[in-house]
Design a protein around this ligand. Structure first.
Ligand code: MLT
Length: 409
């Protein structure tokens, strides 16, 4: 009999969102009449915009003709999309990123997990708590941790608690770490980081030869001009950071799948003998071996968000979701909940009342109001007693959900 990867046996539970889905399905089976409103997983509900759909259709038509048909594309993405990303996301913000530092992919969830392929097992990993569970679970799967402990933390990971006391922005590690996961605007807390604070992280990484794995999947939701959209706005980041970006939440691509990762050519890591190598080359090698690229029509559709019309339409969609967030923030605050996030991010992070546990609040909301959110403790021990609402729902459903929560008292 073949051996399995025993690291998978260390995983303490199923992945968070399927677990929520399972509980909701069970409830629905027992209460078939219940009109459930879903504000749990951050899945978008607004359709792809007309400019995106037109580009998608046109590209499909190209696939129907022998003159314009495309087979395998470049594994790292077509230049038309990579150049549009460089111009619109980086050069426009004064960040010096070049086309061969952009790697188009089918999702940031995959990329944040896959990046571990090119990083050594002995790296000490620092992860915020609460956190997007993918960063922890993929490190467990890859053998970079020990067993889970009684406090919910895996042995070997340096956890960086994000609490009300530090405004949900982690403190710089007191010990030396090699890999640091940061996500801003943050999933799940919806909080952001300023340029000065982010500069402190870059300085730490440079001083300690560490790498920051920066997840900026929600940057399109930033409206405050003082908040950086990319870590590459910070001087020195080219030598210490990899950035993950996605079209999922920016332009409604959760089902269509398109994202990208920036690996600067100046970013180095060393082998066991201390010899330095550029990670850009390793990632290219990994992608060309294990990935065949995103389909041509999807990349054409993604590039359409950078046209004049595409930009206007994308901004409208983001405005819609952020109006949802504002409605949720106000309504929940009026009901006496302590509310965080939801200003430059599509997630609203709420403290439960009377120290109710996150899962008890989940059961209460589902059972009494038929509203689904995500228990904060599912994102890590420091999320206990908190709850995350996603603003990606339909407006009428948001209003109805808030009304039902109000009736709960
Ligand atoms: C979330 O709800 O945290 C996200 O939708 C998960 C994801 O983007 O994979």
């Amino acid at each position: 009999m073949a051996f399995l990867n025993e690291n998978y046996l260390k995983l303490k539970a199923g992945y968070l969102f399927p677990e929520i889905g399972r509980r909701v399905r069970e409830f629905q089976t027992q209460h078939p009449q219940a009109d459930i409103i879903r504000m749990g997983i951050g899945d978008v509900t607004r359709p792809l915009t007309p400019a995106v759909i037109k580009a998608f259709h046109d590209a499909i038509d190209e696939m129907a003709s022998v003159q314009t048909f495309k087979g395998y594309g470049p594994e790292q993405g077509y230049d038309f999309l990579r150049q549009a990303i460089v111009d619109n996301e980086y050069i426009s913000r004064g960040a010096d990123i070049e086309i061969d530092e952009v790697f188009v992919s089918d999702g940031s969830k995959c990329d944040t997990g896959n990046i571990l392929d090119i990083l050594g097992r002995d790296n000490i990993v620092a992860i915020t708590d609460p956190v997007y569970p993918v960063y922890v679970d993929t490190n467990v799967m890859d053998g970079r941790t020990g067993e889970v402990q009684d406090n919910g933390y895996y042995k070997g990971i340096v956890y960086l608690p994000c609490t009300e006391a530090n405004h949900f922005v982690p403190e710089i590690p007191k010990t030396k770490v090699d890999l640091i996961y940061l996500c801003f605007p943050n999933n799940p807390t919806g909080m952001t980081i300023g340029k000065d604070e982010l500069k402190r992280w870059v300085d730490y990484a440079l001083a300690n030869d560490a790498i920051i794995l920066y997840d900026a999947a929600y940057e399109a939701y930033i409206s405050d001009k003082a908040i950086p959209h990319t870590i590459f706005e910070i001087e020195g980041a080219r030598n210490c950071a990899i950035e993950f970006r996605s079209f999922s939440k920016t332009a409604g691509f959760t089902g269509t799948r398109c994202a990208y990762t920036i690996v600067p050519k100046t970013l180095m890591a060393k082998d066991g003998k201390g010899q330095k190598y550029p990670l850009n080359q390793l990632w290219l090698r990994r992608q060309t071996t294990k990935f065949n690229g995103v389909s041509y029509p999807v990349q054409k559709a993604a590039a359409a968000i950078y046209t004049g019309q595409g930009k206007k339409e994308t901004a409208e969609t983001i405005k819609y979701y952020m109006e949802n967030a504002a409605i949720m923030r106000k309504s929940l605050s009026d009901e006496g909940y302590k509310v965080f996030g939801g200003v430059n991010a599509p997630y609203v992070w709420v403290k439960t009342k009377n120290n109710m546990s996150s899962w008890d609040f989940f059961d209460l909301l589902l059972g009494k109001a038929n509203v689904v959110g995500t228990p904060g403790s599912g994102f890590g021990p420091s999320g206990e007693g908190y709850f995350r609402f996603s603003a990606f729902a339909d407006r009428q459903k948001v209003l109805e959900a808030m009304e039902r929560i109000k009736k709960l008292g």
